[in-house]
Design a protein around this ligand. Structure first.
Ligand SMILES: *[C@@H]1O[C@H](CO)[C@@H](O)[C@H](O)[C@H]1NC(C)=O
Ligand SMILES: *[C@@H]1O[C@H](CO)[C@@H](O)[C@H](O)[C@H]1NC(C)=O
Ligand SMILES: *[C@@H]1O[C@H](CO)[C@@H](O)[C@H](O)[C@H]1NC(C)=O
Ligand SMILES: *[C@@H]1O[C@H](CO)[C@@H](O)[C@H](O)[C@H]1NC(C)=O
Length: 614
């Protein structure tokens, strides 16, 4: 008997609501870029996301190590309703003695026999026994290709021992930093349970930590118990393939791991991953517990990584050593971020209005001075190259100003402060009063914008260098010797470089009506192309009002490059290298390469990590 249409409709409604419930429950993992959020109504039951975790154990020929490792995994605390799978990858003996450890086939049998007898109650147990020796790099890289965005891998080399609490901790990390949208960042690639130890940019020196416990973010991978998030791992695998195919080596000058790679070559994998993380600007979550204890320790047994046994690197956290707030996780916004020098990185400094500027500037300035670097008409490669020079020269008091592009926001994400020019200008009331016509050229806006920012810097009592991004700093005493205490304004015309001293008299000159005068001047005059720069317009206006603008000799200050090959001897004693905005990218790169000032690679990232005394 067929039901009435009404019944059909009811059934349809029921099905529909069931489907929407399903969609809600299985909604994809958080996406921080989308501003759309699903709010579950108060009737629905809060559910824990269903994700899968697989422990990937990498082993070779160390039966005692493997026994200790698997026993600790087996003794850990799991949850009855949350399966945890175990994949064991057994590397094969080399077919001849290419290693310092002589192959002993009976060891292999011992390992297989032990694994066969090893019972895993918490999920699937899968064993991958290789037919040839592939080494640690392939063991790691081939251990995982995620089948979904809700799959996680925890990689464990066989000389590790895990705390009974490691799983509960990993689970809490995943729930808090992957599934809680307010703490998720696509730039976090996982979490390491090992003790934070060394700084690869400082010859591998021990890291100096305060004695408190807690979580922080650090770029370095921690191979003694590393949790991997699916998306960045897949990205890494593709990046690796691409670079391998082009025969690009994972060299990163200044890093202790580059030395390892030169010695060990493809036997290790970390230099590849480190290079990838460096170019993408990604971060890892690290745990820090009291007395350097950790949830995962390496016994550093003799093997591929150690010529002889070095012993456990720290003490394991036992069940009793923990207090009640052990699983309490900080919000991402309160955590600190550190680069390969263990230098603090401050991401997300985007200035959109005058208030933002006031709160960000104290963290930017050094000695009350700020470099305002203009990115209008500056390419991405040139900007990244400039940043590498800032790092090399230990210059950190810069703030970029440019149009609201993805690139600008990515700079901010990586820890470089930026001013979103479009929003900033729209948020200035007096600018709206000026009412610049849409038809007016962009350059007018840019000049006005910089004038406003300088005014703000003066009000906050900072000296300002207005600098164009189309240049390279050669050394870090660039401005010394040019500025004395007699004048307020200095200009280097050809470089579009301008200095404004923080002084009561400069502040008095640089008032709202000064900016209005500049705007009026821009409106009236049809400026010749080569004087449409900040420095020309501002200097002209100041001089009209009989203020002194001290000119710095272009020739002593910078060297201009063009499309002709250079005479290197002219370089001596120059502070900067610059070029006209019209110069093509190819020539810029060639000339800078000739001067060894092109310091980025094909990924647009610095060829070196440079750490300075903090
Ligand atoms: C075994 O070693 C020989 C000599 O080094 C090499 O040519 C061969 O490819 C190796 N076989 C396997 C299966 O790795
Ligand atoms: C998500 O994280 C925020 C910030 O840390 C926190 O206040 C909130 O309680 C978390 N939500 C859940 C469901 O844990
Ligand atoms: C200046 O730059 C050099 C590299 O050219 C660097 O070694 C030095 O530490 C820098 N000086 C300061 C004060 O940062
Ligand atoms: C480079 O410049 C120096 C100094 O002006 C000059 O003596 C020299 O002849 C020039 N070399 C070339 C190859 O042009």
């Amino acid at each position: 008997m067929v039901g009435t249409p009404k019944k059909h409709f009811l059934a349809f409604l029921l099905l529909l609501s069931f489907c929407s419930l399903l969609i809600l429950l299985y909604s994809p993992h958080p996406n921080p870029i989308s501003t759309q959020t699903f709010t579950l109504n108060s009737h629905s039951i809060p559910t824990t996301p269903a994700f899968s975790l697989t422990i990937k154990v990498l082993t070779f020929n160390r039966l005692n190590s493997l026994t200790r490792c698997l026993t600790s995994l087996s003794n850990a605390h799991y949850l009855p309703d949350h399966p945890v799978h175990l994949h064991i990858f057994i590397d094969h003996f080399p077919n001849q003695s290419q290693y310092y450890i002589a192959p002993k086939p009976q060891d292999s049998l011992g390992i297989l026999r032990f694994i066969d007898g090893f019972e895993w109650k918490w999920g699937q147990k899968i064993v991958h026994y290789r037919t040839t020796n592939v080494g640690l790099q392939a063991q790691w890289l081939e251990a995982w290709w995620p089948t979904s965005d809700d799959e996680f891998a925890f990689v464990v080399e066989d000389d590790l021992e895990l705390s009974p609490l490691f799983f509960k901790y990993l689970r809490a990390l995943i729930l808090n930093y992957y599934y809680n949208a307010s703490n998720f960042s696509p730039f976090v690639y996982g979490a390491s349970l090992q003790r934070p130890r060394f700084v690869p940019g400082r010859q591998g020196n021990k890291m100096l930590l305060d004695s408190t416990s807690g979580l922080f973010l650090y770029q370095l991978v921690g191979t003694w118990g590393q949790l991997l998030f699916p998306k960045p791992w897949k990205e890494f695998r593709l990046w690796y393939d691409d670079h391998k195919a082009k025969d690009i080596k994972p060299f990163l000058d200044g890093m202790v791991t580059t030395g390892w790679y030169k010695k060990m070559g493809e036997r290790i994998w970390t230099p590849w991953f480190i290079k990838f993380i460096h170019s993408r600007g990604y971060f890892n979550i690290y745990t820090k517990f009291l007395d350097e204890k950790s949830l995962s320790v390496s016994h550093r047994d003799v093997g591929v990584n150690y010529g002889k046994t070095a012993g456990p690197d720290s003490q394991l956290l036992g069940v009793n050593s923990l207090d009640n707030n052990f699983l309490e996780m900080k919000s991402l916004s309160t955590m600190k971020w550190y680069d390969f020098c263990f230098r603090e990185v401050v991401p997300g400094r985007v200035v959109r209005n005058l208030n933002d500027l006031g709160s960000i500037l104290p963290s930017v300035q050094t000695k009350q001075t700020v470099l305002l670097v203009s990115l209008f008409g500056v390419s991405e490669a040139v900007t990244r190259n400039l940043l590498c020079h800032f790092e090399r020269l230990n210059i950190w008091n810069y703030i970029f100003i440019g149009p609201a592009t993805d690139f600008l926001f990515d700079l901010a994400r990586r820890g470089h402060p930026v001013i979103d020019a479009d929003q900033f200008l729209n948020n200035i009331r007096s600018y709206k009063a000026i009412g610049i016509q849409e038809s007016n050229a962009r350059f007018m806006k840019d000049i006005l914008l910089k004038a406003y920012v300088v005014k703000k810097f003066l009000e906050f009592s900072y000296n300002t260098w207005v600098v164009d991004g189309n240049m390279v700093f050669v050394n870090n005493d660039t401005f010394l010797g040019y500025i004395d205490s007699t004048d307020n304004f200095y200009a280097v015309e050809s470089l579009d470089l301008f200095f404004v001293r923080n002084s009561p008299s400069a502040l008095k000159v640089w008032a709202d009506d000064f900016v209005h005068d500049v705007a009026a001047m821009l409106e009236k005059s049809s400026l010749p192309r080569d004087s449409r720069q900040f420095v020309s317009v501002i200097a002209k206006r100041l001089e009209q009002k009989r203020f002194t603008v001290k000119r710095i000799d272009d020739n002593s200050f910078g060297m201009k490059i063009g499309n002709q090959k250079l005479n290197q001897t002219l370089m001596a004693n120059k502070k900067t290298v610059y070029w006209s905005r019209e110069l093509d990218m190819d020539s810029i790169q060639k000339r800078l390469q000739e001067l060894s000032l092109w310091v980025i690679n094909n990924d647009f990232s610095c060829t070196a990590v440079v750490c300075h005394k903090s």
